[in-house]
Design a protein. Structure first.
Length: 317
């Protein structure tokens, strides 16, 4: 009975008209209860810790949007199934606390989810959460690096829906492209890949003025099903909007999770699609007048730290 109440609480969050932080905190208390006997472990060697995963969980806007997204994708797949009893197979990379897989399982009992989580601590805590809710028959979690996934690791070779939750602004920090390039080969024909498309935008700020001093320019747009290059390059001309010395590069993201669900960098998300910020080296900062044109060239490998981004900035004659 207790499990049913917990499941109903989770569904009430997912089915609400908007994200409800109070309900999500109650769900997080269930997660904590499931892990009350878990001994704290050292995670200094992990790029993304269990605390980071829990912070993503508690970002109620993010969690609600991702939950609605997987719910919508399941509804689409149900409509494509020739037999209503045919099971929907979902593969999730970077499953974190397991909350999105739980949303999928509760939204459709005829769904089987295989989760990939590289951090062994996050893996164990999410496994405890799933078992606590009695969903281990629907959800299987593997402690694996999704970028190195092979058919030898998997219970089956193709999936109806593949979802990568390794989402970070500007394609920095998280190996989203590398993971997507590897796992999308397990997608069934006409299956759903999430996210589907990404767009990146760039603008310049003068921190002394505390103002953006250029227009926002799109420099990258790719369908992730067809894109497989890890190199991100841009060569952009900015018209300066007022006298200033631009010393900060701001990168924002627009992500199409499905055809109907699009999210972009917004202050209401605490961690989801955060801005990528790159400081212009002091010796490369250029004093500009209004209507000057600055040329910026940037190059980086998707998944790298912003500190590794190569930049070249100059004033056009």
């Amino acid at each position: 009975m207790k499990n049913e109440n917990y499941k109903n609480l989770i569904l009430s969050f997912l089915n609400a008209e908007k994200a409800d932080g109070n309900i999500l905190h109650k769900i997080f208390e269930i997660y904590e209860e499931a892990n009350k006997d878990f001994e704290k472990q050292n995670e200094t060697n992990q790029a993304f810790t269990s605390i980071d995963a829990e912070a993503c969980f508690l970002d109620h806007e993010r969690t609600w949007i991702l939950g609605k997204m997987i719910q919508n994708a399941l509804n689409v797949e149900m409509g494509l199934k020739p037999i209503s009893t045919e099971q929907i197979q979902v593969l999730e990379a970077g499953s974190g606390t397991g909350i999105i897989a739980i949303f999928a399982a509760l939204s459709n009992p005829n769904t089987k989810i295989t989760c990939l989580e590289i951090n062994p601590v996050t893996y164990q805590k999410s496994l405890n959460f799933i078992k606590y809710l009695g969903l281990e028959e629907q959800i299987q979690i593997l402690n694996l690096d999704a970028s190195k996934l092979t058919t030898n690791h998997l219970p089956l070779t193709t999936f109806d829906i593949i979802f990568s939750e390794t989402l970070s602004g500007g394609l920095f920090f998280e190996p989203q492209i590398q993971i997507t390039n590897n796992i999308k080969k397990f997608l069934k024909p006409n299956g759903i890949l999430i996210p589907q498309k990404i767009e990146l935008f760039i603008e310049l700020e003068d921190t002394n003025l505390n103002k953006i001093v250029t227009e926002k320019i799109k420099y990258f747009e790719k369908d992730l099903l067809d894109f497989d290059d890890e190199n991100i390059n841009a060569d952009i001309n900015f018209k300066i909007l007022e006298d200033s010395s631009p010393n900060l590069i701001i990168i924002k993201t627009k992500l199409w999770l499905t055809e109907d669900v699009c999210v972009e960098t917004d202050k209401k998300y605490r961690d989801f699609l955060n801005r990528a910020i790159i400081a212009v080296p002091y010796d490369k900062v250029i004093v500009c007048k209004k209507d000057d044109v600055l040329n910026l060239k940037i190059n980086y490998i998707a998944g790298e730290n912003t500190k590794n981004c190569k930049i070249d900035i100059s004033k056009n004659p």
